[in-house]
Design a protein around this ligand. Sequence first.
Ligand code: PAF
Length: 264
Amino acid sequence: MSQPVILVPTMGALHDGHRKLIREGNAIKGNKGTLIVSIYLNPIQFNDPKDLDKYPRTFDTDYKVCEEEGADLIFAPSDAEMYLNSSSVKVSENKLARELCGSKRPGHFDGVCTVVTKLFNLIKPKIAIFGKKDYQQLSIIRQLVTDLNYSIEIIAIETQREQSGLAMSSRNEQLNEIEKEKSSVIYEALEAMAKSGESKSKNLIRLGKSIIDKESQIIEIDYLEVVDRSNMAKLEIIDRPALVAIAVFIGKTRLIDNIEINFE
Ligand code: PAF
């Protein structure tokens, strides 16, 4: 491939998980490509305005991270540049987006699909890189690329974790030390579920809940589901590639995580 444009879309507040995505982009671009990191805190994907208010804004540090990891350009538009007052078109995905986070955060994936479509149209990448922590988002974007006939290769990168197993997220900054420490139970539960060999989702979910509930004083489960990886629909029996997906509240902070279960 000659001179590919590679896009890493982000909302800023860059952490080691983002570094991994940018580093991957840098490795792919070789000598001739251009690696663009977009930093745009997309207001229309926040169904809760308080969540948007609390979202960390750290542009100066983000700039350094992009520079250190070999980005060639940062695309950081303003709200006015992204959304004209007169704009009235949104992009929706209507199958995968109904499940999991889509059922809990109305309008969230419309906001994601709309902004990602705009970024694809403005930047015209050959390759775009997304993290597997937002697994449902990744599946929806793959669908968007197919359905809207983009010639863009989507590359998925494994979730970067703290030593404790906690998935890296910009929202982790909102946790205090105790909450952070207790949050390791999320991945503990996911790993135990993936390793259990249990084929009935009901039993698997029971196992996961029993582990998370050790910290029920601090952590409240929003959902814990076993889904078919191809369509995000609930699975009763694990007889195909599956995903365990979880969302929890720790105080007012909502965290998500997941683990793949491979069907042998
Ligand atoms: O995953 C994210 O950070 C955002 O949802 C994305 C893809 C940059 C769109 O705003």
